[in-house]
Ligand binder design. Sequence first.
Ligand SMILES: [Zn+2]
Length: 355
Amino acid sequence: MTKDKKRGLIDRLNSGPVICAEGFLFEIEKRGYMSSGEFVPMVSLENPEALLNLHRDFQHAGSDIVQAFTYNGHREKMRVIGKEELLEPLNKAALRIAKDVAVSPTGEEQNLMAGNISNSNIWNQNDKKSQLEVEKMFREMVGWAVDEDADILIGETFYYAEEAYTALKVMKETGLPSVITIAPYGENIMRDGVSILDTCKELEQRGGDVVGMNCHRGPNTMLPYLKEIRKAIKCHVAGLPITYRTTDDHPTFFNLPDDNGCSCPSPHETTFPTALDPMQTNRYEIGQFAREAYSLGINYLGVCCGATPMLIRETAEAVGLKVPASKYRENMENHYMFGKNKRIPQHIKDYRTKA
Ligand SMILES: [Zn+2]
């Protein structure tokens, strides 16, 4: 395989796991290039090198897909912040940065560049006008993705079934492979009353190439649904959880309590989105999720909010892949106190339980 040849998404999925890093919003915010809460991806225009670096870090960690960071970069959000005139430049810049990274992989094969649309947050099931507005927003963003030579399209984080169907319809008009993932809230049903399973079945019926779930839920509250989805549909399935310990009582990160001795709560009502840190999953939990999902036959795997390059590497390695960052995977053997290396002095090793 040479660098100018690349396989399509479905070919790759048919022969094994495909890794996709998401979670750009949280990670770019943590890196200091985005305002939390407002969450507009101005980074592609204002600090393009920061976005390029994150893509490169995810690529190094094993992401096969370079997803253009246009999440929330839609017309309505740009209106909210009074910068509608920057909509097209923002989208095109994000797409070009993703393409630059995708065509210059560290491994042998080029990555796939993905255009991205997502939850509009203005969809109203009782208002046809809002629905047409959303469809128009999707169509212009998908159009730019096609102009910038996207290999695939990803529609993600939908919590209205009908909005997901609309996204899929618009994506399918392009003829590109379409990944469509839903993100139901804590009521465990889509906001327009359709069950999670029925939404996924319908998305397959309507031609989704890859159907599944992303965001809002950690491994514990996503995997049980993925099991059902995998059984119910024939197309490839996607699973991209957040990296927080969600529970049956709190299935999403929106209302996740910090009951672990927090001494300085966030100044707003919820731990979301700025005080979730103590509820983070560790890397082994993310690896375990990926392993279990893959063993069920779920080949499209990744991590959403809370993703770091380390967790992408963990996901890739959990399903048997070796990635450039595997060179730097943990090696506790040589730790100065916990390692078993013969050169480590015994009196240091002996102190480990008191450290
Ligand atoms: Zn997310």
